[in-house]
Design a protein around this ligand. Structure first.
Ligand SMILES: [Ca+2]
Ligand SMILES: [Ca+2]
Ligand SMILES: [Ca+2]
Ligand SMILES: [Ca+2]
Length: 245
């Protein structure tokens, strides 16, 4: 019995810590852009990297052909830390420990960290979660690949406001779990060994917990935020009772 109580306590403490980490995330700032949720805000996984997506010039410098360089917080050092898309090339990055969401106002929600001497245009598409797809319908997906085409960014203003595209939704009500970037081949500079947009990082300025997997595991529904908080307080109470008694 005592072992069971201890197990329960440690479980509750972990839940409380998880809640605290979510509430007390330490904001980080890169290039003057603040990410309130910290480094969790950045893309986590490469879904696809296809420099020859448009059958145009591809990068040839192996230092800039690793798509993993676009993951995580910006880390471009001046020589390494970015990936070249190629002329008309494509990269798709997923968020796994967070999701991209809408701020509910005209503040920017997504930022693409591009490096390199040329300011290059990049087409941006974002993939809705199942709930958000239900909400918005598939009309925004002009080519049926699951990503909503939402416009383009240039090297100097690489931020996007989701609310300008899908207006009238309250903050945090739209979730997106992946970003697709396609270099605009008509706007490339002189080309060379790192032709196309050079991507260092992709971050959700407005970030949310990822949408729970579906279908949910039969017996353990995800506790809501309030539930987590009360569990956390309960755990703290139990600990206090043990230590004082
Ligand atoms: Ca992340
Ligand atoms: Ca916004
Ligand atoms: Ca699409
Ligand atoms: Ca990088």
């Amino acid at each position: 019995m005592q072992g069971y109580v201890r197990l329960l306590q440690s479980g509750l403490i972990i839940l409380a810590l998880a809640f605290a980490a979510r509430v007390f995330a330490v904001p980080v700032t890169y290039d003057g852009i603040t990410f309130p949720d910290g480094d969790v805000s950045f893309a986590d996984e490469v879904l696809d990297y296809d420099p020859s997506h448009s059958d145009e010039a591809v990068p040839t410098d192996p230092n800039y052909m690793d798509p993993d360089e676009a993951l995580g917080a910006p880390n471009y050092s001046g020589t390494v830390g970015s990936v070249s898309l190629g002329s008309g090339g494509l990269i798709e990055l997923a968020f796994t420990d967070n999701a991209l969401t809408n701020s509910g106002d005209d503040a920017y929600d997504l930022h693409i960290f591009e490096v390199g001497p040329d300011i290059e245009d990049t087409f941006v598409a974002i993939r809705p979660t199942l709930d958000t797809l239900d909400l918005l319908g598939s009309g925004y997906d002009s080519n049926g690949d699951g990503f909503f085409e939402v416009g383009s960014v240039t090297g100097s203003t690489s931020s996007l406001d989701i609310d300008a595209i899908f207006s009238g939704f309250t903050a945090g009500s739209l979730l997106f779990d992946a970003v697709q970037l396609i270099d605009d081949p008509d706007k490339d500079g002189q080309g060379g060994s790192t032709v196309g947009a050079d991507i260092d990082a992709v971050g959700a300025i407005y970030s949310a917990p990822p949408e729970p997997e579906k279908p949910p595991v039969a017996s353990v529904p995800e506790p809501g935020t309030i539930g987590l908080l009360s569990l956390g307080l309960l755990a703290l109470g139990l600990v206090r009772r043990r230590t004082s008694g």
